[in-house]
Design a protein around this ligand. Structure first.
Ligand code: AMP
Ligand code: FE
Ligand code: FE
Ligand code: ZN
Length: 290
């Protein structure tokens, strides 16, 4: 085992977004923020895209920070949005690439449909949303939120999510995505390590019966993100118990989105032991030692 795996520098933060999806910083700015926060390891985990990896590696060179390459894969189950963190995947795996391209296209259609609904009641055009997103990025509600802010309808992203963009706000539409089980299988096929992201949100806790969890673990689900601000205490207890029974890797992360969310780097962290287990399991790519 290489020394960096045996003795990674702390703190270790394994979930962060750049403008490649719905963060507000470029991959290079995200890495600079990680260095400024004193991180030993930072994972870049944009939604359904690995386009930020290479610029993140380039920015990390010579800084001493380690970049764990990852992605946050969107999946859907019974109307619930379930996110899977996919570490150390092969970014060129054809099956996973085809699926993420499909998801990004579905996200685009869904965002357009939401804008059409919103435009009935608020001055908002699809071009307003496009103006808020980097070309080719994974489009999500945060970009609609930015357009609503720009138009002066809401104060910030959080206000938009609490009102117009809320799933019960009257304008919400889900987007098509594979089932979590398919997601786990694809990530494993791409040499990656699947970790269930923030399971304590509205979705996963409701849809994951004990039987479904076992099926996911049998398919290769390797870990669960228990340290996350969206996980309520009761669901942390539940998933800690699940992790213990199945011997899962346990992670903690910030889910940093730059200025797009109040989450700050290293507000939750992962232990070196759990990080080492991810690095040992992943075969599709390697951490970049900056
Ligand atoms: P979507 O995947 O398009 O449904 O949008 C959900 C994304 O919006 C999540 O990945 C979060 O990162 C982000 N998000 C959720 N709540 C907020 C919030 N209050 N402020 C900013 N971003 C948020
Ligand atoms: Fe996000
Ligand atoms: Fe997420
Ligand atoms: Zn995230």
């Amino acid at each position: 085992m290489c020394p960096a795996v045996q003795d990674p520098r702390e703190p270790i933060d394994l979930h962060a977004h750049s403008r490649v999806s719905d963060g507000t910083e470029s991959p290079a700015e995200l890495v600079a923020a990680g260095v400024a926060a004193g991180l030993g390891v930072l994972a870049i985990t944009d939604h359904d895209s690995t386009a930020g990896w290479v610029p993140a590696f380039e920015a990390a060179r010579g800084t001493g920070i380690t970049i764990l390459p990852g992605m946050e894969l969107s999946t859907q189950l019974d109307g619930a949005s379930v996110h899977l963190l996919a570490y150390l995947i092969d970014p060129a795996h054809p099956g996973l690439l085809a699926e993420t391209e499909r998801i990004r296209a579905e996200r685009l259609h869904r965002a357009e449909a939401m804008v059409q609904r919103i435009a009935v009641d608020y001055a908002l055009e699809w071009d307003d949303v496009l103006a808020q997103a980097q070309p080719g990025s994974t489009i999500g509600r945060p970009h609609i939120a930015d357009a609503l802010v720009h138009r002066g309808h809401v104060a910030d992203r959080s206000a938009a999510f609490q009102s117009i963009l809320h799933w019960r706000g009257g304008y919400y539409r889900p987007h098509l995505a594979p089932k979590p089980l398919t997601g786990v299988e694809l990530i494993v096929a791409a040499g990656g390590v699947p970790v269930l992201a923030h399971p304590g949100g509205r979705g996963p806790d409701r849809v994951f019966s004990e039987k479904r969890i076992k099926t996911m673990v049998d398919a290769g689900l390797a870990g669960v993100e228990i340290g996350h601000r969206d996980n309520a205490p009761s669901s942390r207890e539940r998933w800690s118990d699940v992790a213990e029974r199945y011997g899962l890797i346990v992670t903690g992360s910030s889910d940093y989105h730059g200025l797009g969310k109040p989450n700050v780097l290293a507000e939750n962290t992962t232990t070196p032991e759990n990080y080492a287990r991810i690095v040992e399991l992943g075969t599709g790519s390697s951490p970049f030692e900056g």
